[in-house]
Write a protein that binds this ligand. Structure first.
Ligand code: PMP
Length: 380
């Protein structure tokens, strides 16, 4: 084999030997009971979304034809951003092609040492998503990582560095995607304000599922102009794309400095049209949200009865923590044998020793689906 290809092949062999090789799952899931998705409100296949995508495509085209700053700005993009800002209670919003791109581009730009006049001190929850790490890495910012959800630890770190004149930024998810637990957003914002820090919250897994109208955990909090809220259209909204809701000055700054906004073709009108329709449906889904969270609680109770560990989950994301990659893969395969699809999540996505099945519940699941899953887990 060619020397370069040999090196890549060696990496794959080493991952395989550790039980960490990733493989694409089968593409055909017909007839299977699927808990591996993030379509938390069961919206992805709603005809209204498909019709809204088609209508936006008819009006503005299938593709945006250029970046927003060139030819890609359409009334659909502007309408969606106005709606996000209004519903998030922020001055402005900006949309991106994906949540990953939004985090990488916005965090990198917000941490820019030249703009801030000094290298920022970045305080980050230990379990933040890979895209947030990427934003820090792009800015060359070192992270001070606090224990997961431990605001006493964060406070101690902030106090320790209080006398340093460097700008401070706090980064956290609101609902954590692999653990299904929640940050206390009001307390985080209080800490940020007390220390003059910018607060950046990733609502990827909360948008659509939490908040009085479904607009995320931050909906219940009066957002400060120095709080930036990011989210995705790719999970509970059932479409794709990312957004930040923020002060007008921050939006203007990102339009000028966020590479993933400036140098990338604008989101397709198809996804923008569908995303806006989905966003508009959220306030009407209160009963579905309540039922989803009840079903998640029933699942956790069932898991505990089986002696299985759902960690600290309090949401629609329920891990079954099994420890080793081997045990996790074996459980996933055994469930697959019974027609049930779950994700096996292993390091580096989760810490060593915390490999798990990840069960993503959706409003489209029924009580009978949960009973079937528990029955299958009980027979492992
Ligand atoms: N943030 C978090 C917390 C996520 O879990 C994800 C997706 N796994 C993203 C951002 C990226 O979002 P997207 O899938 O829209 O790129």
């Amino acid at each position: 084999m060619n020397e370069l290809l040999r090196r890549y092949a060696d990496v794959l062999e080493s991952l395989d030997a550790q039980g960490l090789l990733r493989r694409l799952p089968p593409s055909d899931k017909d007839g299977l009971l699927d808990f591996s998705g993030n379509d938390y409100m069961g919206l992805a296949r709603r005809p209204e979304l498909v019709a809204a995508a088609a209508e936006a495509g008819r009006l503005y085209g299938a593709g945006a034809t250029g970046s927003r700053l060139l030819s890609g700005n359409t009334p659909a993009h502007e309408a969606f951003e106005a709606r996000i800002a209004a519903d998030k209670g922020s001055e402005a919003a900006l949309i991106f092609n994906s949540g990953y791109q939004a985090n990488a581009a916005c965090i990198a730009a917000l941490l820019d040492a030249t703009a801030l006049g000094a290298e920022p001190l970045v305080f980050a929850d230990k379990l933040n998503h890979a895209s947030m790490h990427l934003g820090c890495a792009l800015a060359g910012a070192r992270q001070l990582r606090y224990r997961h959800l431990d605001l006493e630890h964060l406070k101690a770190l902030l106090e320790k560095h209080a006398s340093e004149p460097r700008p401070k930024v706090i980064l956290s998810e609101s609902v954590f995607g692999m653990d299904g637990d929640q940050a206390d957003i009001a307390a985080l914002q209080d800490l940020a304000l007390a220390h003059g820090a910018l607060l950046y919250i990733d609502e990827a897994h909360a948008t659509g599922v939490f908040g009085p109208r479904g607009y995320g955990l931050c909906e219940a909090v009066d957002l400060a102009p120095t709080t930036v809220v990011m989210g995705t259209m790719s999970k509970a909204l059932g479409v794709s794309g990312g957004y930040v809701a923020c002060a007008g000055i921050i939006r203007d700054y990102l339009v000028n400095k966020a590479g993933g906004f400036i140098f990338s073709t604008a989101p397709s009108p198809l996804t923008v049209g569908a995303g806006l329709k989905s966003w508009e449906l959220l306030p009407g889904l209160g009963a579905e949200r309540t039922a989803l969270l009840h079903r998640a609680e029933a699942l956790r109770q069932g898991l505990r009865r089986l002696g299985l560990d759902p960690g600290q989950s309090t949401t629609h994301i329920v891990p079954v923590i099994l420890g080793t990659p081997e045990r996790t893969l074996a459980a996933k395969d055994a469930l697959a044998g019974q027609g049930i699809v779950v994700s096996a999540v292993r390091p580096p996505t989760v810490p060593q020793g915390a490999s798990r099945l990840r069960i993503g519940l959706s409003a489209a699941h029924t009580d009978a689906d949960i009973a079937r899953l528990l029955g299958a887990l009980g027979s492992l």
